[in-house]
Design a binder for this molecule. Structure first.
Ligand SMILES: *Cc1c(COP(=O)(O)O)cnc(C)c1O
Length: 223
């Protein structure tokens, strides 16, 4: 990317977003200088898939932005993740939630989380199936040092627009259903869905957090 392009891309996306929709810049594989440029373009939330990358970026960027974890969180990275992140978007099991709860308790923090929904029902993918979400949420909501703030979904990998729209609308239905149940400690505030090629559909289907990488930073090089 040419100098200034990342900043311009971020500004352009932010300008077009309906009010109430928040942009998460998905920063995997990007160096702190690139993230810095997105921040200069108005990005206020940085999304990281890898705790180690986040630690590095955090050293330069710090608390000028909010930090969201959007990758698959391994148990041995939970301690560090709980220290750095403002929201962990990808909790999909009681075991992971319990580890987060334990680590958060140790540093006197209430850790905000989203529950990841496997709306594409893909066997190999992360996230809880929609039909199992409510019972998982009820269990996790009992933990004292996590705070459920909503749902996140990826949608079917490589799915068509129509498939993705179905994934998103099903997740929105679930979001509304859970919201209506008023489960203590399970507020449905954030619905995180949509990436570079699907965020317009996601917004139409009710997303209020979108996670964009490529459209801000350009194509990713393979790691
Ligand atoms: C990489 C990533 C994104 C952004 O993907 P792009 O297609 O580059 O916009 C969004 N969400 C998650 C969980 C990701 O890993």
């Amino acid at each position: 990317m040419k100098h200034g392009e990342i900043k311009r891309n971020a500004e352009e996306i932010l300008k077009e977003l309906p009010s109430g929709v928040l942009l998460v810049a998905a920063c995997k594989t990007r160096v702190p200088e690139e993230i810095e440029e997105a921040v200069a373009g108005g990005v206020g939330i940085v999304g990281e898939n890898y705790v180690q990358e986040a630690v590095k970026a955090f050293e330069t960027i710090g608390n000028r932005v909010k930090w969201h974890f959007i990758g698959h969180l391994q148990k041995n990275k939970v301690k560090k993740a709980v220290e750095i992140f403002d929201l962990i978007e990808t909790v999909d099991s009681l075991a992971l939630a319990e580890e987060i709860d334990k680590r958060a308790k140790a540093i006197n923090k209430i850790m905000p989380i989203l529950i990841e929904i496997n709306s594409g029902r893909e066997q190999q993918k992360f996230g809880v199936f929609p039909e199992n979400a409510e019972s998982l949420i009820i269990e996790i909501a009992r933990l004292s040092n996590v705070k459920i703030m909503g749902l996140m979904t990826m949608g079917e990998l490589g799915g068509s627009s129509r498939t993705l729209r179905n994934c998103f609308s099903e997740t929105k239905k679930l979001f509304d259903l859970i919201k209506a149940k008023n489960i203590p400690n399970a507020g449905m505030k954030y619905l995180s869905m949509g990436m570079s090629d699907s965020y317009n559909i996601a917004i139409e289907e009710g997303a209020n957090l979108i996670r964009i990488g490529t459209r801000i930073f350009g194509e990713r090089k393979m790691r």
